[in-house]
Design a protein around this ligand. Structure first.
Ligand code: S3P
Length: 180
């Protein structure tokens, strides 16, 4: 792998932040989360950005934050929001920053994980399940096209997933002791 930054993409609840944080710790890289960077950039939390400014404003902030990362990011692990690869421009930037890994999980697993979520505007409301199923079907091909590496996380523990990531990153992450 030439580019050292690791970029994780995938649907809400697929484990980008959890796995990304663990991986960063093992590689000794900083961990960055684009949703957190957007909240800092906009000075408010994501539900407030969606409610007050609209989804389009959030998407614009997403691209601006990524563009900044393109200039500033060195070796790091970056977890991205589930909608990041929807814009071709964003995919181009991500590939300039590092290697793009898609963490794939099944929709049933995701629905279960997001059941009590209150922080994701697209995963709330009465029609949430229908919306999540539709978004998942629309986005799956987008994630696959955007990714340089696809990792199937279904039914696997962190240790196993980290080990597979390690093979691509070519650096010993110490994943063997990471299961706990
Ligand atoms: C979104 C996913 C969220 C966040 C925002 C929109 C999406 O991030 O960026 O609520 O469009 O899928 P996570 O994937 O980290 O939940």
């Amino acid at each position: 792998m030439k580019k050292e930054a690791v970029i994780l993409i995938g649907f809400m609840g697929c484990g980008k932040s959890t796995i990304g944080r663990k991986l960063a710790g093992m590689l000794g890289y900083p961990f960055l989360d684009t949703d957190t960077l957007i909240e800092e950039y906009c000075g408010k939390q994501i539900p407030a950005i969606f409610a007050e400014d609209g989804e389009a404003a959030f998407r614009q902030a997403e691209t601006e934050v990524l563009c900044r990362l393109k200039e500033e990011a060195g070796n790091c692990v970056i977890a991205t929001g589930g909608g990041m690869p929807l814009k071709e421009e964003n995919v181009r930037y991500m590939r300039e920053i590092g290697t793009v890994f898609f963490l794939e999980a099944e929709i049933e697993t995701i629905l279960e994980r997001l059941k009590h979520d209150t922080q994701r505007p697209l995963a709330s409301g009465e029609d949430r399940e229908q919306r999540l199923r539709r978004l998942y079907a629309e986005r799956l091909p987008v994630y696959k096209a955007a990714a340089e590496v696809c990792i199937n996380t279904e039914g696997r523990g962190f240790y196993d997933i980290l080990q597979e990531l390690e093979q691509y990153i070519g650096k010993n992450t110490g994943a063997q002791s990471a299961e706990s």
